[in-house]
Design a protein around this ligand. Structure first.
Ligand code: PLP
Length: 404
């Protein structure tokens, strides 16, 4: 039965009443300000900065173009052109996340199974992408444990890369490296050696360069030189750089053309991305130059922890430091809880501390002071560090997460 005239109008008004939703609350502005203050004392991850854009970034983003990115949005196209030029590659593609960028890169490289990717066992594609490499590409992964505990070497790549035609194995078609990996810098000369091995055997090279910005800022090596040994590179804009959303995949023109196809297929074809591209541009201009300060703050944190007697399990090469507080008689959950209970709480996620552009000097000082206080309390309670028990524990930057 169809409604007519007055009845129809009344029904429409009733539905509009059900549909409408005012998301802005009275406390909205104050809540955002509180979130900006909290993030200054949060060491859980640098991805968290992306959730707290500054007012200046918002303002800049609001002036972006208003196109549709499935049909090539102007600000997003400009960002892609800039990223291609910066990395020395032919083309770039804007994507919603680093995970999608890596996974689409792999999917685009791989053609006809069986095949495999070789990577460090700690690589994001191996550990934190929900098994996406097997799911999306049907690829096997050979995860390599570096003997030096820091980065895989060309000798290890040679030893683990299945290249022959033995039908029992999935042949390696792609080597995927990560730089930084858990905040550590992959030596560029080793990357070049691995890429020479890859070229010799007709293997593709992908870089998860989510935090390649930190390598450039720390070593003074240009982004294009860091990317040169690779066929494709994924760079995140939302981590250390502090943009709200987004990654860029760069590579040859035909590769990016195909990747754009996969982006649509994966459901990652976004529409009004101008504001995101402009936020990324703001981050590139204003946040990248802050990374040396971030790294210096990370080193200050590391030095403070070490002085307090905490064992550093992976040193501050860029924006991360991994630690083990058992040397002062404190467990990770105990420390996380004590930091949470401070009058001005500090948020910790576990054995990894991440410093970012919004971390305050005060937060670092307060965390070191807390660790020092706990160490003194444990000592007063009779704790004696057993060095023999800890000897033989190499530096291992495997993240031990603690529930908050
Ligand atoms: C090295 C690395 N690659 C990829 C990603 C995935 O990024 P996203 O969280 O945007 O999917 C992360 C996330 O932290 C990362 O650390």
């Amino acid at each position: 039965m169809s409604l007519v005239n007055g009845d129809l109008e009344a029904a429409r008004r009733a539905i509009a009443d059900q549909v409408k939703f005012d998301i802005l609350t009275e406390s909205h502005e104050a809540d955002n300000e509180k979130a900006r203050q909290e993030v200054a004392r949060c060491f859980i991850s640098d991805t968290i900065t992306g959730r707290i854009p500054t007012k200046e970034m918002y303002l800049y983003a609001s002036r972006a173009t208003l196109g549709d990115d499935v049909y090539h949005e102007p600000s997003t196209l400009a960002l892609e052109a800039h990223m291609a030029k910066l990395t020395g590659k032919e083309a770039a593609l804007f994507l919603p996340s680093g995970t999608m960028s890596n996974q689409i890169a792999l999917r685009t490289h791989f053609k006809q199974p069986p095949y495999a990717v070789l990577c460090d066992h700690r690589a994001h594609i191996n550990t934190y992408e929900a098994g996406g490499t097997a799911f999306h590409s049907g690829a096997h992964t050979y995860p390599v444990i570096p003997a030096n505990g820091h980065h895989i070497t060309v000798e290890e790549v040679e030893a683990h890369a299945v290249l022959d035609h033995n039908i029992h194995y999935a042949p390696v078609e792609l080597i995927s490296l990560e730089n930084t990996l858990n905040g550590t810098i992959f030596p560029q000369d080793e990357i070049v050696r691995i890429s020479e091995f890859a070229r010799k055997h007709n293997l593709k090279m992908h870089l998860d360069g989510a935090r390649i910005w930190h390598v450039a800022a720390e070593t003074g090596t240009s982004i294009s030189e860091l990317c040169a040994p690779f066929d494709s590179v994924s760079l995140c804009l939302s981590k250390g750089l502090g943009a709200p959303i987004g990654s860029c995949l760069v590579g040859p023109k035909d590769f990016i053309h195909k990747a754009r196809w996969f982006r649509k297929l994966f459901g990652g074809g976004m529409r009004q991305t101008g504001i995101l591209a402009a936020s990324a541009a703001y981050a590139l201009t204003h946040n990248f130059p802050q990374l040396p300060r971030v790294h210096a703050l990370t080193r200050k944190l590391e030095a403070g922890l070490e002085e307090a007697g905490v064992r550093i399990t992976s040193g501050a090469e860029t924006c991360m430091v991994f630690f083990d507080p058992s040397t002062i008689g404190v467990s990770l959950p105990e420390l996380v809880e004590a930091a949470n209970q401070l009058p001005n709480p500090i948020k910790l996620g576990g054995s990894r501390l991440v410093v970012h552009v919004q971390t305050s000097d005060e937060a670092v000082e307060d965390l070191v002071a807390l660790v020092r206080r706990l160490a003194e309390e444990k000592k007063a309670a009779g704790f004696v560090y057993d060095a023999a028990k800890a000897s033989g524990q190499g530096r291992q930057n495997i993240y031990v997460k603690v529930k908050n």
